[in-house]
Design a binder for this molecule. Structure first.
Ligand code: UTP
Ligand code: MG
Length: 474
């Protein structure tokens, strides 16, 4: 005997009536009132039912082959409302649809549709953000009062420690043996000296051998390389208390990276970078005048390390960005202002290495609060500003310290010392500032140097994405 195939049957009006009765019961409890329209509608329902029954519809009954869908099954089905005019979903309950109708249809304008599309695109592109590393997220979310108390104490202490004398004396003793007839002078610079250093920071030292402080080298000269090679040789072979880590001969400023084993401090020693000593003086002065600048730099230096962006964006580059952010908000003067009307210029080749030390109050500038909430607010604004900066067409330019400095025609804005230098140099050397890079951050003293020249498009994307996410967390 063949097995019978059972079919289920449901008249659509059974479901519709059930849904209507559910609504009648639910809304009848909430809104126990009636108006002429509802009265007419309910009357029409009754008339409609009568009309349907008057047609004498054929009565069908369950058979072995056809069974009815059980009434309890109907509860699983829900209505979903949609306005075809506004092309808008209104949810599962009828009251939202009623509210929508009571408020009136709103057909979107072309402009609104465009705006919505743009927002959707933005959300899509934001979902492709490169995720902020957990370690960086942790400092963004950390206790700022504790962070600054700890970091500042260390950074302040590191500005001057007895170890630096040990290092300078040891270095000087060695160099005197190599260059007995030349003057030797030592200049410390970098984060330890400006007051944003950490225990892991290196100590940067410029050694002036033979009175060359005022010479500028766009790329190392033969003389510098000769000095470099001789010192490298000696320190490699027989230097007590020194361990050679790396000799970076091909750099713009050749560097001997070595550790002083008595103090366990790593030192970057160079022979052609007096301008770095000058800009260190400038940073230190700015941190003293506007102390929030120092806090912002301390925080962003740590942030750069935690995001690993410090591989391509240097602490110095980030410090200049902090300064520029404060300048455009009128909390710091431009470097151009600080170098006007000076009695005497300290020149390093074509560049002016000194500046006047005017208190901010004389420039009618406010000294900002360094309370943790104030620091946090400015860090957030810094992040927002640089997340949205137009790097493709604009320069971060602390020399002018104002917004909208365009890459196009940038060189025509430069003072004479720049144009004369670029003209006078060997044209094969290409001594103008490099402007065809992902980011342009101009050194305010060494004006032909884009300190962000090593940052690639990928670094820039990370920098902006990480800043965006940090701003959101702050
Ligand atoms: P760095 O950016 O190498 O490091 O610049 P830092 O500020 O010492 O911080 P750490 O080492 O990460 O703790 C060192 C110094 O070199 C000069 C600046 O004087 C800076 O303070 N410098 C650096 C330049 O003059 N130009 C540059 O492009 C980079
Ligand atoms: Mg350093």
């Amino acid at each position: 005997m063949a097995a019978s195939v059972e079919q289920l049957y449901l008249h659509p009006l059974t479901l519709e009536s059930q849904l209507f009765l559910n609504s009648l019961e639910a809304y009848g409890k909430i809104y126990n009132q009636i108006d002429p329209n509802l009265y007419d509608s309910l009357t029409n329902v009754l008339i409609g039912i009568e009309k349907f029954l008057d047609q004498k519809p054929a009565l069908i009954v369950a058979t072995d082959k056809t069974k009815f869908v059980q009434p309890k099954e109907l509860a699983a089905i829900q209505n979903f409302y949609h306005c075809t005019l506004c092309k808008k979903d209104l949810g599962k309950t009828v009251d939202k649809a009623a509210i929508h109708l009571a408020e009136g249809h709103r057909v979107k304008t072309a402009k609104e549709i465009k705006k919505e599309k743009k927002q959707a695109e933005k959300i899509r592109s934001e979902s492709k953000l490169i995720k902020l590393p957990k370690k960086a997220k942790a400092i963004v979310m950390s206790d700022f009062a504790k962070f600054f108390a700890d970091q500042l104490q260390v950074a302040e202490k590191l500005k001057q420690v007895p170890e630096y004398d040990i290092i300078e004396n040891s270095l000087s003793d060695m160099l005197k043996k190599v260059f007995p007839d030349k003057s030797i002078k030592m200049y410390k610079f970098g984060s330890r000296i400006t007051g944003i250093g950490t225990r892991n920071s290196d100590l940067d030292i410029y050694v002036d051998i033979g009175g060359r402080f005022n010479e500028f080298e766009h790329g190392a000269s033969a003389e510098t390389l000769k000095i470099f090679d001789r010192v490298h040789d000696i320190f490699k072979k027989n230097a007590i208390d020194w361990c050679m880590n790396r000799a970076i001969r091909g750099a713009r400023v050749p560097i001997l990276r070595m550790t002083n084993t008595r103090t366990n401090i790593e030192c970057d020693v160079g022979f052609s970078n007096s301008i770095s000593y000058c800009n260190t003086q400038m940073l230190e002065y700015i941190y003293q005048q506007q102390p929030i600048a120092r806090r912002l730099c301390i925080f962003m230096k740590k942030w750069l390390e935690r995001t690993r962006l410090n591989r391509h964006i240097t602490t110095y580059c980030m410090s200049l960005m902090v300064i520029y952010y404060l300048q455009i908000n009128n909390f710091l003067p431009s470097i151009e202002t600080l170098q006007k009307n000076m009695l005497a210029n300290v020149l390093v080749g074509p560049w002016i290495g000194n500046f006047i030390e005017i208190p901010l109050t004389e420039l009618k500038m406010q000294v900002l609060s360094v309370s943790p909430p104030s620091c946090k607010q400015h860090i957030k604004e810094f992040c927002i500003y640089y997340a949205n900066f137009n790097y493709e067409s604009h320069v971060v330019c602390p020399y002018f310290g104002r917004t909208h400095i365009k890459i196009k025609n940038f060189e025509s804005l430069m003072p004479e010392r720049y144009t004369n230098f670029v003209k006078s140099e060997d044209s094969a050397k290409d001594s103008g500032i490099q402007l065809n890079t992902a980011m342009v951050v101009q050194d305010p003293l060494e004006m032909n140097h884009n300190v962000a020249e090593r940052a690639t498009k990928v670094d820039l994307k990370e920098w902006q994405d990480f800043l965006k996410q940090s701003a959101m967390l702050l």
